[in-house]
Structure formats: C-alpha cells, structure tokens
Design a protein around this ligand. Structure first.
Ligand SMILES: Nc1ncnc2c1ncn2[C@@H]1O[C@H](COP(=O)(O)OP(=O)(O)OP(=O)(O)O)[C@@H](O)[C@H]1O
Ligand SMILES: [Mg+2]
Length: 363
C-alpha cells in the first residue's frame, strides 16, 4: 500500500486524504495545529512547525511521495529534502508563486498577460509607481497574502498617505483591472500529459471567494484560449503536479492574477461536479498512476461556507437534497470570514442559485 505525505493539514489536506483513501492510498499530514482538520482522516500525522526540518524529514521518510497544501514552506528546508526524497513537484512552483513580483514577472516571461505592475519599497517608489500606472491601483504585500489580506485599493492621492503603513514590508503596485469577471483553471500534469478541469467563474466577496459557477459564462473562444495558454504555461515552466491559475477577464482580454501549486478553492466543485476531481488527480500524479481527463457532469455552483454561514449550512445538510453536497471541514473554532466548509450544487446554474438559494446565506 502506498503512502502520501501532505505538508499542511487544512481543508485541502483533508480532501487530498479523502481522495487518497478512495484510491487505496494512505495519507500522513504535517501541521503545526494539533487539531488540524486533515488529522481526523489521515492515517498518521505529525504536529510540527513548517520550518521544523527534522519533522519534515520524518514525514518524508514514511511516505512514497510528498506534496504541500501550505504555500509558504521555506526553500532552505524543502530544497534539500526534495533532493533526498520524492517530492515530485519540487520547490520551483512554490518559489515562483511565493512572491507576487516574481510570480507576475514569471507569468509575463512565459507569455501570459498580467496587469501592469511595479515593485514598491517606500514612499518614493510608491509615488513613482502611481505616476506610472495611474489610479485606481492595488497595493499588495509581495509575500504571505491570502483572502485579500495585505491589500489596499488606491483610488485617490489621499489613499497614498493611508497606504504608507503597509510599506513596512516589500510590496507590489498593480494596475486595477475593471474586469467583467474572474475565472480560474486547475490543471494536473505528469511527464506525458496535462489534464485541466472546466473553467469556473469566481465571485469574490470582501476579497474571499464566495461562489464558483461552472461552466463560466464567458465567450467560448476566450475560455478555450485560457485553457490552451494555461496548459502551455505549465509545460513551459516545467511544472508537474497540480497548478491553479486565477485570471481576470475583460472583453476578450485575459489577465493572469495569481497561481497556486496546490488544490484550489475554486476547484472544490470538481469532487461532485466532474467525473474526477482535483484532489484525486493530484494523488494519481503522486503515486505515478496515469491521469484521467475530467468531464463536467452538469452545470455546478460551489458556495463557500464562512463562519457566519455555518449554521445555515448545517440546516442545508439536514435536508439531504438531491445534488446538494455539504462539506463541513470540522475546524474546532468558527469565525466570521474563516472558511468552514463549502456546498456544491450539481445540476444548478448561477441564476437558479441566486433565485432559490442565495437568500439562505448571509448577504
Ligand atoms: N489588479 C487588480 N485589479 C482588480 N481587482 C483585483 C486586482 N488584484 C486583486 N483584485 C481583487 O482582489 C481579489 C484578491 O486578490 P488576489 O487574488 O491577488 O489576493 P489573495 O489575497 O492572494 O487572494 P486569494 O489567496 O484568496 O486568491 C481578486 O480576486 C480580485 O477580486
Ligand atoms: Mg486570489
């Protein structure tokens, strides 16, 4: 029996482990929190910090292959480990995505269009960048941002003053794209092929993903181009394993926003909405089994459940409706804006969701 290791024990680790089990594969997770959600389903676990080299080595030793769901594993630990153990995705995709400046430069070098951007380190470089890019613009910390944390939209000159406190760490200023919609794609690649999941439209609220609607209602030519350019990008960068890319769509233009070499929140719909899912294909990749091309089962909507919607989600779960799949991650502490679960509605369009379901959750 094969064993995979997961660096990180959040909901992504939990869902990787569930799919591993369905494929007859054991799973071990490492996470600093003793009550990490993935620990409940994993066959074994290690409670340790992400920079605990000895603990990470212990994880590697007991696994046939190791992956990560946590994006900020330090390179000085992961690189030596990936030379000694089987961490097939390696450090490169993490390295390329850990810093927004490097991430966007890399995307551009490999042929993807990005919003215009400039590095910002202090007030002078912020003022120069604003002159260059114009307003509105988005100021983001270069590292460690997630769910809209460490970001600020600058609309006027007065906002520059307000943004100064953010500049204690290196930042990037990006042109604000008044997009028509946001979309993302999840791909899994091995040496032979890249498989990609149907592109969904993403709706964010307060900087956090709220809904994914699949298929994305955008121009088919734009969606096809997104798929082709994403697959080409993944190959050109030499990445293997899993990669998600978030885009802005404006007219016929596609702008790369960011990428993540791990399962993606917008891909949770694939568990029930596709013939195979992002977690399962990642496990197949890790254990060296041929990848399967996913097909969409039916139009699908995924609703993220944050702390404020947890009770409503439990009610929906009790109703046991056909095509409605409630996932609660089992986090011990519920907070507003914390991702506590998600619900997948298979056989549902965005319009029907709005009409029949949206009112059940906090607006
Ligand atoms: N340049 C931009 N123009 C317009 N909107 C933007 C821009 N950058 C970010 N946003 C908005 O803010 C959201 C969050 O930004 P981004 O994806 O960069 O941050 P994040 O904190 O890493 O988010 P997450 O990890 O949740 O995906 C985007 O999905 C988009 O809605
Ligand atoms: Mg994002």
């Amino acid at each position: 029996m094969k064993t995979i290791g997961i660096i990180g024990g959040g909901q992504l680790g939990l869902m990787i482990a569930e799919q591993a089990h369905l494929l007859g594969v054991r799973a071990v997770a490492l996470d600093p929190a003793p009550d990490a959600p993935a620990f409940r389903v994993c066959d074994d676990h290690i409670v340790a910090a992400y920079n605990d080299a000895e603990a990470l080595e212990r994880l590697c030793r007991q696994c046939d292959a190791v992956t990560y769901e946590f994006e900020n594993v330090p390179g000085d630990i992961l690189i030596p480990l990936s030379e000694k153990y089987n961490i097939p995705q390696g450090y490169k995709p993490l390295y390329d995505s850990q810093d927004r400046l490097r991430e966007k430069s890399n995307a551009r070098e490999h042929g993807l269009q990005t919003p215009r951007f400039a590095a910002v380190d202090d007030e002078a470089s912020l003022r120069t960048a604003v002159r260059e890019l114009g307003l509105p613009a988005v100021l983001k910390t270069r590292t460690l941002g997630y769910d809209g944390h460490g970001q600020m939209v600058l609309k006027s000159g007065a906002d520059i003053e307000r943004a100064l406190p953010l500049l204690t760490v290196p930042c990037i200023l990006e042109e604000f794209i008044p997009f028509d919609s946001e979309a993302s794609i999840v791909m899994v690649a091995d040496r032979e092929r890249v498989v990609s999941f149907p592109v969904g439209r993403n709706i964010h609220r307060d900087g956090i993903l709220d809904l994914s609607i699949v298929p994305a209602a955008a121009d088919p030519e734009v969606l096809e181009r997104m798929k082709l350019q994403s697959e080409r990008f993944m190959r050109a960068c030499g990445y293997e394993g899993i990669l998600a890319i978030e885009y802005f769509i404006r007219g016929r233009e596609i702008y790369f926003n960011e990428m993540a070499p791990r399962p993606h929140n917008s891909g949770h719909y694939t568990i029930e909405g596709c013939t195979t899912n992002q977690f399962r294909e990642l496990v197949r990749y890790l254990i060296g089994e041929p990848l399967q091309e996913p097909q969409l089962v039916a139009p699908t909507v995924m609703k993220n459940i944050l702390g404020q919607d947890l009770e409503a989600a439990r009610e929906v779960e009790k109703e046991n409706r056909e095509g409605v799949y409630v996932h609660i991650y089992g986090k011990t502490e519920s907070r507003p804006k914390r991702k506590m679960g998600h619900i997948t509605f298979v056989g549902m369009t965005g319009e029907t969701y709005e009409k029949e379901w949206a009112d059940r959750f906090v607006r």
